[in-house]
Design a binder for this molecule. Sequence first.
Ligand code: PLP
Length: 428
Amino acid sequence: MFNPEKIKFGKLEDKVWLSTPTMHGDELKYVTEAYETNWMSTVGKNINAVEKELAEKIGCKYAVGLSSGTASLHLAMKLAGETLYGMPKLGKGCLCGKKVFCSDLTFCATINPIIYEGGEPVFIDSERDTWNMDPKALEKAFEIYPEARLVVFANLYGTPSKMDELREVAKRHNALIIEDAAESLGATYKGIQTGNFGEYNCISFNGNKIITGSSGGMFLTDRLDDANKVRKWSTQARENAPWYQHEEIGYNYRMSNVIAGVVRGQIPYLEEHVDQKKAIYERYKEAFKDLPVTMNPYDAENSEPNFWLSCILINEDAMCEQARGEHRALYVPEHGKSCPTEILETLAKYNVEGRPIWKPLSLQPIFRSCDAISKEGTLRGCTDAYIDGSRDGVGYDLFSRGLCLPSDNKMTVEEQDRVIEIVRACFE
Ligand SMILES: *Cc1c(COP(=O)(O)O)cnc(C)c1O
């Protein structure tokens, strides 16, 4: 229960943000260059440089600059659909009527492109070691739907998934993988950068990501033909002809050379940003040692996250009662206990931006008719969860007990102390 007497400061003017862009100066140089040379377009030096530099940094063969991470996921999904099931009929997506296994606990952008392509998401529960897709639940999903051929998973909050296990399961069932590395640029698994673990992989330069272009994204692959296809689709699928010749449906998804200038200026600072985020994570971890909470976990032996967001999970026995409806939450304050709702509301009162853990997609009203599969292999039509109240699963538990704390690169030690003090005061 929050005890205001434990707080030394009053309400402060300066807001502490979750994660905001951190600029260094080179960005303006490249943007200005684009302006002065009149390459204010979707072609130019910045795009070429960004594609080359990021492919090198990540260690993949090809990178295609696009307008957003979501656009890159969409084209990855279309590509996977065509590779697996052939060309679609006009007006129908490539994945029309096909089941696609995807992370349940993630941002909706990971899986909305499944719907754009006419596919049917089947939500796979998380495991507790990294909060990412559970390979055991994925195996169960293949037992239930052996015909499925596509797996899409995200590396949540910058923490690499259980890559070896997920890849082994997918390979055994002859399935393609799309890795959503939108949150995990710069993170590694067994020394390999995330963005290499699927046939098709995606990153994002959205404003709150570890490096940003203000917006933008990138498609990554080792397959030349596929990289060329994505580049072609992203510029309205023009054929090589003297006029506008169209033999496929295209999109206006190419990255702007101005945006690419911002990204280009950010690339040299990726490691610095990761170090700053890691220091923030470590400081929280140390400060909360004696509280009934744990930090978002990772496999320290095999992986190095980029620590994009620091999160805490409240121990079960330290949770006060909390009830969440579709749009509102209530809780019962209790000495020695707290809950995400109390902590988030208190942080907001003191001008600090926190965030709940992603609400599992299988619990979202729009996806209620889709299946969700846990490691026990329970096939749960999501409507059932509302009828019998069995909103079980690891993802739901993480959503109930977890929250994201401010993890901004520019957060000062004093500002982080303010966050720490508030969280501590909530457990009084
Ligand atoms: C940010 C994000 C995306 C989408 O990227 P945009 O560039 O915002 O379209 C996709 N997946 C995850 C997990 C993300 O966090």
